[in-house]
Write a protein that binds this ligand. Structure first.
Ligand SMILES: NC(=O)C1=CN([C@@H]2O[C@H](COP(=O)(O)OP(=O)(O)OC[C@H]3O[C@@H](n4cnc5c(N)ncnc54)[C@H](O)[C@@H]3O)[C@@H](O)[C@H]2O)[C@@H](O)CC1
Ligand SMILES: Nc1ncnc2c1ncn2[C@@H]1O[C@H](COP(=O)(O)OP(=O)(O)O)[C@@H](O)[C@H]1O
Ligand SMILES: [Mg+2]
Length: 282
């Protein structure tokens, strides 16, 4: 039996958990953001900043060496681990105690990066949000999908989704294909677009916030950071996806009267995140 839900204020408000007075960084969780390649370190910066500004206690990023000074300069709050390779990720080694991983943004498709991703997937048991080139690597190696744990959220835009599951004739057919995909791997899929729809098995959650101002570079990287930051705090995968997508779109609704559609950029999502959270204040 399929179920459709609209992600509106009520759906978001009842999922929102205010941070407790006695909170400390440990309670808020430690997130690891893995991604970036030469010329695309900005995508990791956007994700990491969004992750912190969603309430995560600690954020560490794992980037190629070329990203070290950039991240440490742009975001003193974020800790940095670097790959031995300068331009792209060639192996993913970490012994950090973390609660969640967000990965794929700006990561590129270098063969060594693909292998590093595969080795990482095989030994990962933590909640993970996979976006962008992480999705594109899975599309090029579909047998690797078997290694996805049931604590996985995929966040494809329509083109990334097409690479992953093939083409569709209609929105209805697309949703049926995504439901089958979700059931086969027991994972959550955030189908980004206008509107964004979250699919988990036979349930479809249709977002009601957001607008065309979000059609700008890095807005998906920011969403990955928001969802990762919510999971770090203990939200389950579906609630984190629902609340994250709602808040992400709401920032654009709150901002456009000041920024216009044209002059809204991905950093504005992060800037307006506080205002979006305040609308859910209990
Ligand atoms: N500042 C940065 O470092 C940025 C890095 N980025 C990274 O660049 C890599 C490539 O991501 P892109 O999404 O740009 O490239 P993709 O190759 O995944 O998508 C671009 C192509 O897909 C089509 N497309 C994009 N969004 C679509 C949608 N919603 N519906 C239908 N077609 C769509 C476009 O027409 C274009 O042909 C990713 O790893 C991403 O994280 C981008 O996020 C942009 C910003
Ligand atoms: N016209 C639109 N209306 C609502 N949301 C949009 C629109 N265009 C893009 N978005 C949102 O912006 C984000 C774009 O993600 P993505 O293409 O991955 O960006 P990037 O890879 O550049 O970070 C998604 O969350 C998508 O839902
Ligand atoms: Mg993207």
């Amino acid at each position: 039996m399929e179920k459709y839900f609209y992600i509106d204020y009520e759906q978001a408000k009842r999922r929102f958990k205010p941070i407790v007075n006695q909170a400390h960084k440990g309670i808020q969780g430690h997130a690891l953001i893995i991604g970036g390649s030469y010329g695309k370190i900005g995508s990791v910066c956007l994700s990491a900043k969004a992750c912190l500004k969603s309430g995560a206690g600690l954020v560490t990023v794992y980037v190629p060496k070329c990203g070290y000074e950039i991240v440490q300069t742009v975001m003193p709050e974020v800790m940095v681990l670097t790959d031995e390779c300068n331009e792209y990720i060639s192996s993913i080694q970490t012994t950090l105690s973390i609660q969640v991983i967000g990965m794929g943004m700006g990561m590129g498709l270098h063969k060594e990066t693909q292998q590093a991703f595969f080795q990482f997937l095989k030994m990962n048991y933590l909640p993970i949000v996979i976006d962008a080139d992480g999705l594109n690597i899975l599309s090029e190696n579909k047998t690797w999908l078997e290694n996805l744990s049931d604590k996985t959220v995929l966040t494809p835009h329509r083109k990334e989704l097409e690479r992953l599951i093939g083409i569709w004739e209609s929105q209805e057919q697309m949703l049926e294909m995504v439901k089958e995909f979700s059931k086969k791997y027991n994972i959550v899929i955030v189908v980004k677009g206008a509107p964004t729809m979250i699919v988990y098995k036979n349930d479809v959650y249709v977002n009601t916030t957001g607008n065309q101002a979000l059609a700008t570079a890095g807005s998906g990287d920011v969403l990955t950071g928001i969802i990762t930051g919510l999971i770090a705090q203990g939200y389950d995968m579906i609630d984190a996806a629902i609340l994250g997508v709602y808040l992400h779109g709401l920032t654009a609704d709150l901002a456009v009267h000041e920024t216009s559609y044209n002059s809204f950029i991905a950093s504005d999502i992060i800037q307006y995140l506080g205002k979006a959270f305040l609308t859910l204040k209990k």
